[in-house]
Design a protein around this ligand. Structure first.
Ligand code: SIN
Length: 482
């Protein structure tokens, strides 16, 4: 059987694509673990949108300034011009964003936005609420625990994918159109804010097939995660907290980020992350997020999940300040696509959301533009594929189906070493010699008999290293300090 669509990933981009594909099409959504093991589920702050027509140019400018003009301006324009209509479409379909006392949409502000234009849901659980809604309205089949290990690609056509359905069993699914919506690369770093299912494997498959990854040196670190918890995935303290008055302070309550940028805590994310990293290293002082401007009742209402999570960790907000550090958050780089979300060089393969690089984010993503990108470019991919109406014949795929070994015993140790190396040498501040040494080490790992999934992860990590070594000057999230 041949599906009309295969969607790899069940975050906002994949599920919104599924929502928009007509019900009579045969669609299969593969998710690596459970459907909520995706970054959308963890997104707190919100989704940005141009509030109205007059806000399109300011939103574009803010996106370009945060992205240090490394963005593809046309992609940014598409994002912003389509933003409000895509949001309104979701609202019409039944998604509820938070409203203000007058019953109007409650727009908030986040760092590097010149005005309030971020929508949120259930206070600080925006991603989770959007995800829940998209799952509820999903008209198509979702298969869980399906770990993609290969794409069936020949002569610019994608015939579908191969996946592990358990530790050893491998299956093949054929489709006329394949949409990759598999997210970024979080688990390649030791400390991150991502779902632990996100590890950059599909990006590795693309490299193997000779497809281009773009801007892979552009890795974003969120400035404010809770420091000192045991898990790799660090609890996020949303950008919206700073947008609404939380301050970054040292042990003596000095707001030191103003020493680095005139906008202090509201400077672009790369600047704030570097400031925290540099200040803590130079002064050896602790760095905290302080909530002294908030009233308790107001705080609990606006940020109910952060309040509850932090209470569990032993903090009584807004009265106590919380120790923070930056952690890996988002990959601006990814699978190179054109403005129709088509993977470059491919007829019927699309990439949307964090796994893709449309160029919309440039060298540093503007806060809350990622959920928006997932919404806008999933619609574009669906519209384009419906217009092209490409069909495959499975007999035209002449390559033999490989048999992979999913995991090997040495994987765990190498995975941990990789994550540590990436965190220590390929993170907020980079040094050419360290980058080169890390690349040599990754090449050594690649010579080992590692399992298929780690092999793919290593290929993706290698592409980050190569891109970082090739960019000799600092730009946005890529900061060289030799
Ligand atoms: C946050 O709430 O700070 C995350 C929002 C984002 O990454 O855009």
């Amino acid at each position: 059987m041949i599906y009309d669509y295969l969607i790899i990933g069940s975050g906002i981009a994949g599920l919104n694509a599924a929502r928009l594909i007509p019900k009579d099409k045969k669609v299969l959504i593969l998710c690596k673990k459970s459907p909520w093991e995706c970054n959308t589920f963890w997104a707190q702050g919100g989704v940005a949108t141009a509030v109205d027509k007059t806000d399109i140019e300011p939103h574009i400018q803010d996106t370009l300034i945060a992205g240090v003009h490394h963005n593809n301006e046309q992609a940014v324009r598409i994002l912003s011009e389509n933003s409000r209509a895509c949001i309104d479409d979701l609202i019409t379909a039944g998604l509820q964003f938070d409203k203000n006392a007058k019953g109007e949409l409650a727009f908030t502000k986040e760092a590097a936005h010149c005005r309030s234009r971020i929508l949120h849901a259930d206070g600080d659980a925006t991603g989770r609420m959007i995800h829940l809604f998209l799952l509820q309205v999903c008209p198509h089949e979702i298969m869980t625990n399906a770990v993609v290990c290969d794409l069936l690609i020949e002569n610019g056509v994608c015939y579908g994918a191969q996946y592990f359905s358990d530790e050893t069993t491998q299956k093949v699914v054929y489709a006329h159109n394949t949409i990759i919506a598999s997210g970024g690369i979080g688990s390649i770093y030791k400390y991150h804010t991502n779902s632990t299912a996100i590890a950059g494997e599909i990006q590795g498959i693309c490299l193997e097939k000779g497809l281009e990854l773009k801007d892979m040196e552009m890795m974003q670190f969120h400035p404010t995660v809770v420091k000192g918890t045991h898990f790799a995935r660090k609890p996020l303290l949303s950008e919206a907290l700073r947008g609404e008055g939380a301050h970054i302070v040292d042990e003596e309550n000095k707001r030191f980020v103003f020493d680095y940028h005139k906008d202090g805590e509201l400077a672009p994310r790369d600047v704030v992350s570097r400031a925290i990293f540099d200040y803590a290293k130079k002064t050896k002082k602790g760095v905290f997020l302080s909530f002294e401007n908030f009233e308790k009742a107001e705080f609990k209402k606006r940020f109910p999940n952060i309040y509850a999570n932090l209470k569990e960790l032993g903090f009584e907000l807004p009265f106590e300040k919380v120790p923070i550090s930056p952690a890996f958050h988002y990959a601006m780089g990814g699978i190179a696509t054109n403005l129709d979300a088509q993977v470059l060089g491919m007829k019927n393969l699309y990439a949307i959301g964090e796994c893709a690089c449309t160029g919309v984010h440039g060298a540093n993503r503007l806060a809350s533009n990622s959920l928006l990108e997932g919404i806008v470019f999933s619609k574009i991919a669906v519209e384009k594929s419906l217009a092209i109406n490409f069909t495959i014949e499975s007999k035209n795929y002449t390559q033999s189906i490989k048999h992979f070994i999913r995991n090997q015993e040495i994987d765990k140790e190498i995975k941990n070493r990789l994550r540590k190396m990436m965190w220590e040498h390929v993170a907020i501040m980079r040094n050419e010699e360290e980058l080169k040494n890390t690349l040599i080490q990754i090449d050594t790992f690649l010579k080992e008999e590692v399992g298929r999934l780690l092999f793919l992860r290593l290929l993706t990590a290698k592409s980050i290293l190569k891109a970082a070594i090739n960019r000799k000057e600092s730009l946005g999230a890529h900061y060289i300090k030799n």
